[in-house]
Design a protein around this ligand. Structure first.
Ligand code: 13P
Length: 254
């Protein structure tokens, strides 16, 4: 755990115009000045990336896309590629978010292609996995996580110089106010780490950060971060207000 730098990531989803995103990012930057030992990431909409990148320049805050296409260019109307993200100022990209899987036909196969393309571009992929409420109730949580981790990473040889971040986001906890308990999250994270070890080897799996996502707030971040295999958070709603996002980033002070 000590060797994994915590990451607190804000997924702004389809919120904030570029102008609003730039202002909010600047506030986050000011509010977390001096915080050490935490990687902070902000994922605005595609069109918000340049404004956010400009606002946080020099602060170490990581700027991410929320999705990307796996081809570098081509006739794919409405899509954005890894080189485009990088040129706009992103160094990281969220891949396979459950909202992409649920509403836009994302599959383990497209996640796999995107993770590959992100790594090839030198972007840090944040690969999202997580079970639905039905799957959890049917006792299939581990089976689903195994399939998503193995499918997303199939045929990819991971190396220490091109790391990956995994985000565990149980679908039933996203935007619902229902957070997984720290024990439930820890259990899933430990399972994911075991699966990662079988795919990429123990040492890389131990170095891989696994973030928890789903109704993370200033009031529950500390107890989640206290768990051995929880290395950070992917925050939706509570990242939209710079003050609450900054309180989450300052989890050690809670
Ligand atoms: P909420 O924090 O709003 O539940 O969203 C979680 C999420 O989907 C982050 O990617």
């Amino acid at each position: 755990m000590d060797t994994r730098t915590p990451m607190i990531a804000g997924n702004w989803k389809m919120h904030k115009t570029p102008q609003e995103a730039g202002v909010a990012a600047q506030k986050v930057k000011d509010l977390v000045k001096g915080v050490e030992g935490v990687d902070v990431m902000i994922a605005p909409s595609f069109v918000g990336i340049p404004a956010v990148a400009a606002a946080v320049a020099g602060s170490g805050i990581i700027v991410a896309g929320q999705n990307m296409h796996w081809e570098p260019q081509g006739a794919y109307t409405g899509e954005v590629s890894a080189p485009m993200l990088a040129d706009a100022g992103a160094t990281c990209v969220i891949i396979g978010h459950s909202e992409r899987r649920q509403y836009f036909g994302e599959t383990d196969d497209t996640v796999n292609k995107k993770v590959r393309a992100a790594l090839a571009q030198g972007l840090l992929p944040v690969m999202c996995v997580g079970e639905s409420e039905e799957e959890r109730d049917a006792g299939k949580t581990f089976e689903v996580l195994d399939r998503q981790v193995a499918g997303g990473l199939e045929g990819i040889s991971m190396t220490p110089d091109k790391p990956l971040v995994v985000a565990y986001e149980p679908v039933w906890a996203i935007g619902t106010g229902k957070t997984a308990t720290p024990d439930q999250a820890q259990e899933a994270h430990a399972h994911i780490r075991e699966k990662l070890a079988s795919v990429m080897g123990k040492s890389l799996a131990n170095a891989t950060r696994i973030l928890y996502g789903g109704s993370v707030k200033p009031g529950n971040i500390a107890e989640l971060m206290a768990k051995d295999d929880i290395d950070g958070a992917l925050v939706g709603g509570a990242s939209l207000q710079p003050e609450s996002f900054a309180r989450i980033i300052r989890f050690r002070e809670q």
